[in-house]
Design a protein around this ligand. Structure first.
Ligand code: NAD
Ligand SMILES: O=C(O)C(=O)C[C@@H](O)[C@H](O)[C@H](O)COP(=O)(O)O
Ligand code: ZN
Length: 348
């Protein structure tokens, strides 16, 4: 799952070099409605003149098989062969969906990730998890498939909405919590806004790559990267089904981080003082998500579809102290509901 990752001003020239090789028959660029307008102009000078644009609507609700059909139809109509390359220009929805669509077209064409959100630059574009949502469950259909390369240009972040920037920051906090206590401590003191996103991206990518290299297919330590997601995905999936109440992925993960840290305290793995530090940092960035107590049982049920489960056992990733993730900690649906009730009671 190890692909080369190029970060910084050299990323787009390096992409051009990759695309102009004779081994590439045709270049397809996948965008959503926003990245077509706000990101394509920066990329276009680096693309061959005969590239073909494929557009899907923006947003998690379009991370579906139906959007994949749009990609597959265009590739088919344009007679894309196995030497074509799909360039995924967008956030995590475009990079996940584009990677999945490329992996299935003619049993696999190469794709490159060109992430344009903080979330996709620090997390989604790296590590080879691709997929789409299905029947209300997050990433229910997907494959592990490494991109040919990842090209990260932090200048894309200049047009990103602050709410989206914060969403990506949740995955950065997650990385520190599972593997880097010093960075967690330093950054909670500095505060979340920075003028050095490049540094943050480089550190997060390196940390994620180290974990993925040990366990690309998530049979063990890669589950650390799923910290905050057993509860986070349950919240995100539940709210996605309720138009007008949707939470961004990172917002749901931030809530999941608080809930799963609380579960870690219940297991005796994390101290109350550490939980307090985590909550203070998380709520300095994120507002509390809103749900009522009566909904907690229904939200918790979604964890029964978590991909880390073995049979009916929900295996959660927890913290054995800040900076030390620990995976495969069994929890019940009731305990997850209890953690949501704890979150609900918190004053932010
Ligand atoms: N594969 C993985 O390892 C992995 C990791 C984390 C998250 N994810 C997935 O990533 C998805 C979330 O990704 P996301 O937060 O990037 O969401 P997203 O792709 O929906 O992008 C967020 C919004 O920002 C817009 N946008 C993108 N780049 C922009 C830019 N530069 N300027 C202005 N607008 C821009 C998009 O059009 C969209 O409206 C979720 O589906 C999640 O499951 C995958
Ligand atoms: O790369 C990983 O591994 C992760 O778990 C990163 C997560 O941030 C990401 O949201 C991932 O898509 C979750 O995967 P899933 O297997 O829980 O669907
Ligand atoms: Zn995530």
């Amino acid at each position: 799952m190890d692909s080369s990752v190029i970060i910084g001003p050299e990323a787009l020239p390096a992409l051009a070099e990759f695309l102009y090789r004779p081994a590439v028959s045709r270049v397809f660029v996948l965008v959503d409605g926003n990245t077509a307008r706000q990101c394509l102009p920066l990329l276009e000078p680096h693309l061959p003149a005969n590239y073909c644009l494929i557009e899907i609507p923006a947003g998690e609700e379009y991370k579906t098989l139906s959007s994949c059909e749009t990609v597959w139809s265009q590739l088919t109509e344009q007679r894309a062969d196995r030497h074509a390359v799909l360039v995924n220009l967008g956030g995590g929805v475009v990079t996940d969906l584009g990677g999945f669509a490329a992996a299935l077209y003619k049993r696999g064409i190469r794709f490159v990730q060109l992430p344009t959100t903080l979330l996709a630059q620090v997390d989604a574009s790296v590590g080879g998890k691709t997929g789409v949502d299905f029947q209300g469950y997050k990433n229910q259909l997907g494959v592990f498939q490494a991109p040919a390369a990842v090209f990260i240009e932090p200048r894309f972040l200049q047009t990103l909405d602050p709410r989206q920037l914060k969403s990506g920051y949740a995955e950065v906090i997650k990385h520190w919590l599972i593997a880097d206590v010093n960075a967690f401590d330093l950054n909670r003191r500095l505060g979340w806004l920075t003028d050095d996103w490049t540094g943050i991206i480089q550190e997060s990518v390196a940390l994620k790559q180290r974990i993925v290299a040990q366990d690309p297919l998530e049979s063990g330590p890669r589950k650390l990267l799923n910290f905050g997601h057993t509860v986070g995905h349950a919240i995100e999936s539940y709210l996605l089904l309720q138009p007008g109440r949707e939470a961004l992925h990172g917002e749901a993960v931030a809530a999941g981080i608080v809930c799963e840290s609380w579960l870690s305290v219940q297991r005796g793995l994390l101290s109350a003082e550490e939980l307090d530090k985590i909550e203070t940092f998380v709520f300095s960035v994120f507002d509390k998500l809103s749900f009522v107590l009566m909904e907690t049982a229904a939200i918790a049920e979604f964890a029964l579809q978590d991909k880390k489960n073995t049979g009916a056992t929900i295996n959660c990733t927890m913290l054995n102290g800040i900076g030390h993730g620990v995976f495969d900690q069994p929890v019940t649906v009731n305990e997850i509901a209890e953690s949501l009730r704890y979150y609900h009671r918190l004053q932010s």
